[in-house]
Ligand binder design. Structure first.
Ligand SMILES: Cc1ncc(COP(=O)(O)O)c(C=O)c1O
Length: 382
């Protein structure tokens, strides 16, 4: 028997990777599953994006290795997107690095900055990948609490009380996943000041700012943010391109250079056609977001009704691709709750616990389900 690396003992298979096997098995047995678990947009990218990738296929350069930093035109496109939508100026050559989805950026940033034993501040609840990657590189997750009492924002007094001497990276993400808390420039300013004071690399994971959110903001809007911060962004949810795997890391040029050092040893550039499609997507007019959000708004209204039918209390201020809701009084286990709904009503929703211990008592509904299906889910609960 060939033994696996010790680092594998620090993580488990990704929740959705194993739970969706169970959900698929139920569907294969004939159960009419409505999957409101994972946030994978079912809406299509624009036709212009699809045309751009088709056209790119006949370019003689299409099939060769591509630049480790992405096409200059893609970096320009990202810079224009940031200027237009967040009023953030970025230098395409040194402050922007395209990624194959923002998820890989979490690994690259961690590999670039963390030594074994370094501490990493991770939101609880938060995206599980921050924790698993921290463990994989031998660093130590230090969870900071987000609760409904602080509107899912960090409590700075509690943060200051922690031993921060070994903290190297702090992960934040607003709009926040899973709760949908918006964050604010005021919060970002405080976080930048905190990161500067304690010499921490602050990384904002920002893939949801265009979904059901009338005020998209970036951490990089804060004066001096580029001294200590990076931001991850992604085309997955903004342009319905989750399967394309296009993301980006932006900000401090020295840090971007360190990330490139890792990344250029990992892959050999992003497929030309995908870059061409991404360039087209980034040119989208505001009407693109407006049209997408008309659909998400209707879904959100219905999903809130479904949550309420299940006896849950919805976090109404949430933005982004999910509805976050508190379990009915007296029910304490989110996993037991979602399993009952899965087996009794064939509706799959995500237990808050996969995002950390502060997710206990909550569930998350993805808005990636057509209205008819949400209607059907509601009818199964009456
Ligand atoms: C908070 C958060 N960050 C990052 C990602 C990864 O997105 P991408 O598709 O860009 O890798 C997700 C995906 O669900 C997410 O929820």
């Amino acid at each position: 028997m060939i033994t696996t690396a010790k680092r594998l003992d620090t993580i488990e298979e990704y929740y959705f990777s194993s739970k969706l096997r169970e959900v698929r098995q139920l569907a294969a047995e004939g159960k009419p599953i409505i999957n409101m678990g994972i946030g994978s947009p079912d809406l299509l990218p624009s036709q212009a994006v699809v045309d751009a990738v088709s056209l790119a296929m006949s370019d003689p350069n299409a099939h060769q290795y591509q630049s480790y930093q992405g096409l200059p035109e893609l970096r320009e496109g990202i810079a224009n997107f940031y200027k237009k939508n967040y009023n953030v100026a970025l230098i395409p050559a040194v402050e922007i690095l395209p990624l194959m989805g923002s998820k890989e950026g979490i690994m690259h940033i961690s590999l670039a900055f963390l030594n074994e034993g370094d501490h990493v501040l991770i939101p609880n609840p938060g995206y599980p990948t921050y924790t698993s990657v921290t463990n994989l590189v031998g660093a130590i997750p230090v969870f900071y609490n987000l609760t409904e009492h602080t509107n899912w924002e960090p409590d700075f007094e509690a943060l200051e009380k922690l031993d921060l001497s070994k903290v190297k990276i702090m992960w934040i993400g607003y709009p926040h996943m899973p709760t949908g808390a918006r964050g604010s420039l005021e919060l970002f300013s405080k976080l930048v000041a905190f990161a500067k004071k304690h010499h921490i690399l602050l990384v904002n994971d920002n893939p949801y700012s265009f979904v059901l959110n009338d005020n998209p903001i970036s951490l990089l809007q804060v004066d001096g943010a580029k001294d200590v911060a990076l931001e991850l962004n992604s085309l997955s949810k903004t342009f319905n391109m989750a399967g394309w795997r296009v993301g980006m890391v932006l900000g401090n040029a020295t840090c971007i250079d360190a990330v490139l050092k890792v990344k250029s040893n990992m892959d050999s550039g992003m497929f030309f056609g995908i870059q061409k499609g991404a360039i087209e997507a980034l040119k989208s007019e505001t009407s693109w977001f407006e049209e997408m959000n008309v659909i998400y708004k209707k879904r959100r209204v219905l999903t809130e009704q479904l949550a309420e039918k299940l006896g849950c209390k919805v976090y109404k201020e949430g933005v982004g691709l999910f509805v976050w809701a508190k379990l009915p009084k007296g029910i304490t286990s989110a996993e037991k709750f979602i399993d009952e709904i899965l087996h009794e009503k064939s509706i799959f929703i995500t237990p808050g616990t996969i995002f950390g211990s502060n997710g206990e008592g909550y569930v998350r509904f993805a808005l990636c389900v057509k209205e008819e299906k949400i209607d059907e889910a509601i009818s199964r609960c009456t």
